[in-house]
Design a protein around this ligand. Structure first.
Ligand code: GDP
Length: 465
């Protein structure tokens, strides 16, 4: 049984942009952009912080805040109104949990940001993984309050899990919001103690010191977020506010992405596909993973291998039309000659002259985590590759390798894999007739990564080889 046969025409010769953009010039003059996902423990103050942040940059208006404040007082949850900026439905408000939103944009004078996922949404790990897979930066929110840290709150549960997930998915930049500093009178000793403990943990996970930034703040009072200055107690801190720090990191990331745009193939992770009222027309939204795209150019969508012409590019919350999008950008593409019934979340679009293999079985290099039971041939799990999730199983344990040097084989005939081992493993999708686009880690540092989850736990992470 081979891949399912679609009867679509696949084009291999590129088409020219309708109004060609000088890419080099565009890169030199465009505003810095980056995306971030908000992670951290329940109650660390993620929603409040994001609400404050959006309010400070002028992304939510005063009337909206006033209304939320009134409503939160009505049901006796007065301090929650900032958190609600991120919320959606009445029902969720009454329950006091936050829900998901789509990627949403805001900007400051010199930077454009995309918040990939709403806080609260990420409490559900598969959602956190999807968010992380689309983000440049992990904004890790930590509760510096007295009880919070002592009870092992921060170094356990979600703070830890989210950090490991971010590392495994190739996010190499963390900004730590040392939040709720108002509850400890902005005491430096407190900041320093938590920073030290977390630093040790980050190092163990594999992050380097220069990949991590620390910003003391209070989402509730707004001090250290953007508009409200630090109080006198915090005079020991000489660094920038949270948003200024994010702007700085965004500049850095944008520069490195811009250096890679020319000469790299266009690749696009598809978050959503919707039909239009026209025949053979579709709208896809997602993230540019590599290269660039302009209206008039043709792309191929995998696994259905249908080629379609990009007729329009829309960006931002208000869907402004754009002449080009580049690596790291989120965009909505309007397509001609597209068959939306065969486009799914997690599909990949690419330049027509770049071949993306479509497979159901492939070799991986894995690192196992702490597991209750060993991995055996036949062990089933959920495979995560970017925003794509698929049931899969181990088809073959090839070899155990050295953690530090994957080229060194330690053992060849492998019957099972235990915790904390490195191995070459062949895996296979279990849904019949299911094929997904697969890139090797050599081809794309982010899309070539995978995670394996079983019974609500991440059991291994690795790369497609
Ligand atoms: P989330 O679960 O991480 O989204 O946390 P929330 O934003 O819902 O906040 C949890 C609780 O902490 C709420 O009662 C907030 O009012 C409170 N909180 C959030 N940020 C701060 C802060 O900076 N200082 C203080 N004192 N309380 C905060």
């Amino acid at each position: 049984d081979g891949p399912p046969k679609y009867s679509y025409k696949r084009v291999s010769i590129p088409t020219k942009p309708t109004n060609p953009v000088d890419i080099q010039k565009y890169l030199e003059t465009s505003k810095a952009h980056c995306s971030f996902v908000v992670l951290g423990h329940v109650d660390a103050g993620k929603s409040t912080l994001m609400g404050r942040l959006l309010y400070d940059v002028g992304a939510v208006d005063n009337n909206h805040i006033r209304k939320l404040k009134k409503e939160s007082e009505r049901i006796g949850k007065g301090s929650f109104h900032f958190a609600w900026v991120m919320d959606q439905t009445q029902e969720e408000r009454e329950r006091g949990v936050t829900v998901s939103i789509c990627p949403s944009d805001f900007e400051t004078a010199n930077t454009q940001f995309t918040i990939v996922d709403a806080p609260g949404h990420s409490d559900f790990v598969p959602n956190a993984i999807a968010g992380i897979s689309l983000a440049d930066i992990a904004l890790l929110c930590v509760d510096c309050g007295t009880d919070a840290f002592e009870s092992g709150f921060n170094l356990d549960g979600q703070t830890k899990e989210h950090t490991i997930l971010a590392r495994s998915m190739g996010v190499n930049r963390i900004v730590v919001a040392m939040n709720k500093m108002d509850t400890v009178e902005w005491y430096y000793g407190r900041f320093d103690q938590i920073k030290n403990e977390l630093s040790t943990f980050f190092k163990d996970v594999g992050f380097k010191e220069d990949q991590i930034d620390w910003v003391p703040c209070s989402g509730l009072s707004g001090e250290g977020v953007y508009k409200i200055a630090y109080p006198e107690n915090a005079s020991w801190y000489k660094g920038p506010t949270l948003i200024e720090k994010l702007e700085y990191v965004a500049q850095h990331i944008s520069n490195s992405y811009h250096n890679e745009v020319i000469g790299s193939p266009f690749l696009f992770s598809i978050l959503e596909a919707i039909p239009t009222n026209k025949n053979e027309e579709a709208i896809i939204s997602g993230r540019v993973e590599s290269g660039s795209i302009q209206p008039g150019e043709t792309i191929t969508i995998y696994p259905s291998e249908q080629s379609a012409v990009v007729s329009k590019i829309l960006v931002g919350n208000d869907a402004k039309s754009s002449h080009i999008v580049v690596k790291g950008d989120f965009a909505t593409l309007r397509l001609r000659h597209a068959h939306v019934e065969d486009i799914e979340t997690g599909d990949l679009a690419g330049a027509v002259d770049y071949d993306v293999p479509v497979m159901r079985e492939f070799s991986t290099q894995l690192l196992t985590f702490k597991m209750d039971r060993p991995i055996l041939p036949g062990t089933s799990f959920m495979l995560f590759r970017g925003i794509c999730q698929q049931p899969a199983r181990v088809s073959k344990l090839v070899s155990i390798i050295e953690k530090q040097d994957p080229s060194k084989v330690i053992k060849k005939k492998v019957r099972h894999l235990g915790s904390n081992q490195a191995a070459i493993v062949e895996i296979e999708l279990t849904e019949r007739k299911r094929y997904i686009p697969i890139l090797k880690i050599k081809e794309n540092k982010r899309l070539g990564r995978i995670l394996l989850r079983k019974d609500g736990r991440t059991i291994a992470a690795g790369a497609v080889i």
